[in-house]
Design a protein around this ligand. Structure first.
Ligand code: ARG
Length: 395
């Protein structure tokens, strides 16, 4: 008896994969696993139904807690890759770990996923599955399948699949972000129609009154919204709602995939935009200029490792150690104003603020301004010497 565990979303690719794993790969048993990372409940239910119907056994595993925990670290890291807030990227290794748990429990011979050979997810899943020594099967990639072919195949076999030719986009959604790609969006000159957006209102039609929200952070982690303490899951949910209403958190970008292929992606992520904007603002109040400058490089590396699915690299641990050290003082609150698609910090407070109004103020004499004269004499000294030399040489 050969058994394969399939990471199962309930979508077209993975549903077709159930059949291919038997027909083309000769497995006797296919076990499907759907991991809940905050995708729409209907999607999970549908996956469950299809899994039960077409596979030999189905699991639904809740990983929202693990995902939120990882997202809290992402907020500390202001995690963003080319303007993308990494929702799918960060979720993949968490999904993969859960699938591995099932595969071990089931004594499976292999793990399969429905990723194509063109995207990033094959790499993110693969890295975890190989880590645990599993044989990895990727039917879409190995059989070089197209969606067109899959739809025909499903029809022939009488498999009920969600994607029809009228459902033109590939959508990936979890509690952090919703991404829409493919179909007509593949033409970068094509302006997305309003109906691709589900989480965010059209900023033009968003409320005419701005809304201010207050977010409290403790050691870089958001802990309260408008003075009400809540866990990360609830906080993200509420901010997605409030931000979405104001049209906050839409992006339409050309992204560099790991393979080097460029792709056009449309994302929605109100909570992510609000939280990262607020968090960055609090950091500017608390961290030293050198910390801020250096942390930007750290953040860039951090985001790239997440995007590449390389969070098992020792560098990731080292970057996190640096990030955590800086976040020890990132405690306080920020108020941001939401208005027709924009998020603007309007107030901030921290006990650890390096900002001292009595020093900076136009109205105080705490600092004797004359002290600055000596500084000023040295400031730009090398540049002045250089200009002098060049002037002389040009005569
Ligand atoms: N480009 C993003 C990433 O690599 C999102 C991919 C989401 N997938 C999708 N089917 N829309 O993480």
């Amino acid at each position: 008896m050969s058994k394969v565990v399939l990471s199962y979303s309930g979508g077209l690719d993975t549903t077709v994969a159930i059949f291919l794993l038997k027909e083309k790969y000769g497995f006797d048993e296919v076990v499907t696993v759907t991991v809940d990372i905050g995708q729409p409940e209907d999607d999970i239910k549908e996956a469950e139904e299809r899994g039960r119907r077409y596979a030999d056994k189905h699991y639904t595993v809740d990983a929202k807690k693990e995902f939120v925990e990882a997202l809290m670290q992402l907020i500390k890291a202001n995690g963003e890759y080319e303007g993308y807030v990494l929702g799918t990227a960060l979720a993949r290794p968490i999904i993969a770990e859960k699938v591995v748990e099932v595969a071990k429990k089931e004594g499976a011979d292999a793990i399969a996923h429905g990723c194509t050979g063109k995207g990033n997810d094959q790499l993110r899943f693969g890295n975890v599955f190989y880590q645990y020594g599993f044989r990895v099967i990727a039917p879409m990639r190995e059989l070089n399948l197209t969606r067109e072919w899959e739809i025909e195949y499903a029809k022939e076999k009488g498999i009920e699949v969600p994607a029809t030719k009228e459902k033109p986009y590939s959508i990936d959604e979890n509690l952090w972000s919703r991404s829409v790609e493919g179909g007509k969006l593949e033409d970068p000159t094509f302006v997305p129609p309003e109906d691709i957006w589900e989480w965010t209102a059209n900023p033009v039609k968003a409320p005419d009154e701005p809304e201010i929200v207050k977010i409290d952070f403790e050691k870089g982690i958001p802990v309260a919204l408008n003075d009400e303490r809540m866990d990360g899951l609830e906080l993200i949910g509420k901010l997605n709602e409030i931000g979405g209403k104001h049209g906050v958190g839409r992006t339409d970008i050309i992204e560099d995939r790991v393979l080097g292929l460029k792709s056009r992606e449309c994302y929605e992520h109100p909570a992510a935009t609000i939280l990262i904007t607020a968090h960055r603002d609090l950091e500017r109040l608390v961290l030293s200029r050198r910390e801020l400058k250096f942390k930007r490089f750290v953040e860039e590396e951090w985001a790239e490792l997440v995007y590449y699915g390389l969070t098992n690299d020792p560098l990731f641990d080292a970057l996190n150690a640096f990030i955590d050290r800086t976040q020890e003082r990132v405690t306080g609150w920020v108020k941001v104003k939401l208005f027709k698609g924009s998020v603007i910090p309007v107030a901030r407070y921290s006990d650890f603020a390096l900002y001292r109004p009595e020093l900076t103020s136009f109205d105080t004499t705490t600092i004797d301004q004359k002290y600055a004269e000596g500084f000023s004499r040295f400031h730009g000294l090398q540049g002045r010497i250089y200009r002098e030399i060049m002037k002389k040489l040009s005569h």
